[in-house]
Write a protein that binds this ligand. Sequence first.
Ligand SMILES: Nc1nc2c(ncn2[C@@H]2O[C@H](COP(=O)(O)OP(=O)(O)OP(=O)(O)O)[C@@H](O)[C@H]2O)c(=O)[nH]1
Ligand SMILES: [Mg+2]
Length: 282
Amino acid sequence: MCDTCGCNVTPGNKHLLASGGTLETTAEGHEAVTVLHNLLHENDHMAQHNRDHFNGHGVVAINLMSSPGAGKTALLEATIQALGDEFSLAVIEGDLETENDAERIRKHGVRAIQISTGSACHLDAHMVHDALHGLDLDDYDIIFIENVGNLVCPASFDLGQHVNVALLSVPEGDDKPAKYPVMFRTADMVMISKADLLPILDDFKPERAETYLRNLANDAPVIHTSAKSGAGMEDWLEWLRTQVAARKQEHRQNPDAHAHVHHDHSHHEQGQSPGRPITSDS
Ligand SMILES: Nc1nc2c(ncn2[C@@H]2O[C@H](COP(=O)(O)OP(=O)(O)OP(=O)(O)O)[C@@H](O)[C@H]2O)c(=O)[nH]1
Ligand SMILES: [Mg+2]
């Protein structure tokens, strides 16, 4: 996680600086955040709150992370098409600017909430919490969270998700798990995306990428997919089915799990929370 660029301070959490954090200006004139433990502690607290809500509705929350352009939105589009009516899903989209990805999802008839992070290079739990105001979790089986394209910072912020999926696209090179260990260590599933390009970019060796991953002591499954050709999509869907079934079973066994959540508000489709103009939905 970067601790000098100020990326820890997001539109969702900057109010916390007023209660303990400070910003200082360096000799170069950059603002450096000097007290961040408060923010991270608050982030973890809010992430657990989000997770309690997901659990309370038996919904699985999946955090998609990758470098910019690795194919997260294309994967979601292909997933929506392949799943058909099997599951009901919604997408929370994180981007610095634009509603482009949310609009791509909405074209498929799926609800998408865009979070514009401004200068922040990652989503945090406060932003996701705000986005949850736009979703009635009773309506969904899966909530996908497409994180900001970035192989560094998103890995350090718990959002309340159940699982992390890290995409590694073939054009990026097979050494990324070695170079970005925090991201790949935190992955519950690694997807080698744009697999249709393997015959062309043949210096990408999937087995080498997997060796780097195993060197991080991560035994997560690795699947190869192409959103373009559809190759490998069935492996991905099968993994999704397993995640949904596990969450539903947990919910059946523990239906009152969310009774412990203290509500100062409800999470259903009520539009924006006041003073937080960071989300929008269809
Ligand atoms: N060949 C090939 N191209 C793909 C595939 N998936 C996505 N792309 C292309 O890769 C580019 C980026 O795809 P996106 O889905 O926008 O990637 P992203 O990870 O959502 O990008 P950001 O949200 O900007 O980080 C687009 O031009 C896609 O058409 C694939 O499976 N094969
Ligand atoms: Mg995208």
